[in-house]
Write a protein that binds this ligand. Structure first.
Ligand SMILES: [Zn+2]
Length: 253
């Protein structure tokens, strides 16, 4: 067997998964370590970022950073089509030629899945280096915006990416916040008014407050603001509760 990493001392093996992949058998162990912190108390809300799937990019942040779709994704799509065609030509089932073509295709899928995972880990690492709180749209919410459906090609892997960011953030004592996606594309990040857009509209132009910016950037800022609203209102509730406790003895005195 090939052991990628030794099992560190003090960890308890929680689960063991055995998977048969295109190029062999894999055993994955999940370990548990109670010394890993839950959420770090020194989270800086000023280091909050909103991220959104771009129309043409992998993601856009509320600070204007753009992560393009990686080169391998485009290249792999070409090769996938080629291999698929090759498989289609070998019609006779059970022949060695067909088996070989099938194996080539599944190996290709495996390779792309690994590249995508690597890419996701890299991007997640970059975000967590810069930010303490990462806000994104909640997935699988009923009544998703129509634009979201049209973005579904880019969405492939987005859920996977969010899972990686969330797990990595947890380990680093940081936070991810899922916000309600309703209105994030249409509403103005400057004044909150609704500025209707079709998919073809790449630019957000608000006649009410004069905001002029890229539509994806506008959405990412909305996502950030929604997350901050979430934390601000929570902090307010906490301070109100504390104030209530302080007031009471004074009233009875
Ligand atoms: Zn506006």
């Amino acid at each position: 067997m090939i052991l990628h990493r030794p099992i560190p001392d003090g960890f308890v093996i929680k689960t063991c998964t055995v998977v048969h992949k295109a190029d062999g058998w894999y055993v994955t162990l999940s370990l548990s370590d109670d010394t890993v912190p839950a959420v770090s108390p020194d989270i800086n809300l000023e280091k909050t970022v909103g991220i959104d799937v771009g129309l043409k990019d992998f993601l856009v942040t509320s600070e204007g950073e753009v992560v393009p779709i990686p080169q391998f994704a485009r290249k792999s799509e070409k090769r996938r089509r080629l291999l698929n065609k090759a498989l289609g030509r070998k019609r006779k089932k059970g022949t060695r030629r067909r088996q070989k073509a099938g194996k080539q295709l599944s190996k290709h899928y495996q390779k792309v899945a690994r590249q995508r995972k690597d890419f996701h880990f890299k991007v997640a690492g970059q975000l967590l280096k810069q930010y303490d709180v990462i806000a994104h749209e909640a997935l699988n919410i009923k009544g998703l915006a129509k634009t979201r459906l049209a973005k579904s090609i880019l969405d492939a892997g987005w859920g996977e990416f969010i899972d990686i960011v969330t797990a990595k953030a947890e380990r680093a004592g940081r936070l991810t916040v899922a916000v309600n996606p309703s209105g994030t594309t249409q509403n103005c990040s400057g004044c909150g008014i609704k500025v209707p857009k079709t998919l073809a509209d790449r630019w957000h132009s608000c006649s009410h407050c004069g905001a002029e910016l890229d539509r994806d950037l506008n959405a990412a800022i909305n996502i950030k603001n929604l997350a901050l609203g979430h934390w601000v209102s929570k902090a307010q509730r906490v301070s109100e509760a504390v104030a209530g406790v302080v007031e009471k003895p004074r009233l009875t005195a």
